[in-house]
Design a protein around this ligand. Structure first.
Ligand SMILES: [Zn+2]
Length: 423
């Protein structure tokens, strides 16, 4: 995993961010984030399943979506050496986070133009990454990746992207972000659980029957608790990488982490939406809904499992002091609780963010507090109001350099541990 993170370096991604922001017409002002959330129905709705197959559009080129996390909904020959793929969402309406992942190979060595296109109304968002072993990923060289030129002229989001791609009989994986599916996450969690102070359990099952796994990072005797969530939204891999760095830092064997584990018990659900992740969804669960809008109605098994677990802890006289939900968006952003609202450790979240700014020279955190009367429909607001845990949603930029994500995850953990031990 370190290889992956290090491979995608700061310079490459800094450039990509600039290209992306320019293509979106966004200048240097801070990303405003989402408008206040509106209530949405989270009852189960049908989704469109992908036809799992190997496409043979011509030229002796093959494209397949026959693996977990894949998304590829069609392929056709659209020019003498151009193969176009179609990427569609699981259902609509849906936020524009068009995940794609597929593998390509060819009967003979040749260079093709691979055009990634989307359902009408949606734009290209994720800069393509390549892998030749499914494990190590690199962004496509910028000279070989061409965004929809019409977008630049009209200052709109690009509708497609064309990759100059050499292909041969060896498989190349192409994906929107590093491919990290539920089996990868479970393997990571199982490895962590080799430590005597970490337990791995199952708090429920997804709608399609995949386990919702939870790590418990001791002390089991402690009644002072921290809750960590990730991957409610399948493509949000950068949030997952930050969560991973955060959790691994808490599990280290230095005096800070040991002292923290002695006083607090941390619970981690590293994959809230395994169905969406493994089915290559843009955003929704297999119920066709946004799980991060279901924290008031609790219509879905994934959110129900976490609520039931947390309620059980409260009944046994435990206290949740902090909850962090890791996500990804265009740029790094913190969604916090309205500052006038006090939970079980008032001021903790602003202190954590301030400490981050002090540790990272030049880092000016983008903080977007929720309204005081924000609906209780997402995890952060719901957990704050139900359990009085100080809470925030940590959104990590899609293109934040992977080494910086690692650093931010570790520093978030260090500052959280120090500040909570000082209380
Ligand atoms: Zn999200």
């Amino acid at each position: 995993m370190h290889k992956i993170i290090n491979a995608i370096n700061s310079r490459t991604f800094g450039l990509l961010v600039l290209v992306f922001l320019a293509s979106c017409g966004i200048k240097d002002s801070k990303w405003k984030g989402q408008p206040p959330l509106k209530k949405v129905d989270t009852s189960t709705r049908p989704i469109q399943f992908q036809l799992k197959k190997t496409y043979e559009p011509g030229l002796g080129v093959y494209l397949s979506n026959e693996f977990a996390g894949a998304r590829l909904n069609g392929a056709a020959l659209t020019g003498p050496d151009e193969v176009s793929v179609l990427i569609t969402p699981e259902n609509t309406p849906i936020n524009s986070s068009p995940w794609y992942a597929f593998k390509v190979w060819s009967d003979k060595p040749q260079n093709i133009h691979l055009k990634i296109t989307y359902t009408a109304g949606y734009s290209h968002r994720y800069y393509p990454k390549l892998s030749y072993d499914r494990k190590n990923w690199l962004p496509v060289d910028s000279a070989s990746c061409h965004l929809d030129p019409a977008a630049n002229n009209k200052k709109e989001s690009p509708k497609f992207c064309i990759i100059d791609l050499p292909v041969n009989k060896d498989t190349v994986w192409i994906a929107a972000q590093e491919l990290i599916v539920s089996s990868d996450i479970n393997r990571w969690a199982e490895n962590l659980a080799d430590s005597s102070f970490i337990q791995l359990s199952e708090i429920g099952q997804s709608r399609e029957g995949r386990p919702i796994k939870m790590l418990e990072i001791d002390n089991p005797e402690s009644n002072k608790l921290v809750m960590v969530l990730s991957r409610q939204h399948p493509p949000e891999v950068t949030g997952w990488l930050a969560m991973k760095a955060f959790v691994e830092r808490i599990c280290e064997n230095d005096s800070l982490a040991k002292a923290f584990r002695n006083e607090y018990c941390t619970y981690v659900v590293p994959c809230m939406n395994p169905d969406g992740v493994d089915n290559g969804h843009w955003r929704h669960s297999s119920a066709g809904i946004d799980l991060n809008r279901d924290w008031e109605a609790f219509n879905q098994p994934e959110t129900q499992a976490v609520r039931k677990f947390m309620q059980g802890k409260i009944l046994r006289k435990n206290t949740f002091y902090l909850a962090i939900d890791f996500h990804s968006t265009i740029e790094d952003i913190y969604y916090t609780i309205a500052p006038q609202l006090k939970g079980n450790m008032p001021g903790l979240v602003p202190q954590i963010i301030k400490a981050m700014a002090e540790d990272l020279p030049g880092y000016d955190p983008n903080i977007r507090p929720n309204e005081k009367d924000a609906l209780h429909i997402n995890s952060t607001v719901s957990i704050f109001h139900s359990f009085h845990a100080e809470a925030f949603t940590y959104e990590v930029g899609d293109n934040t350099p992977r080494d910086l994500i690692q650093k931010k995850g570790e520093l978030t953990a260090e500052n959280t541990m120090q500040l909570m031990l000082n209380r």
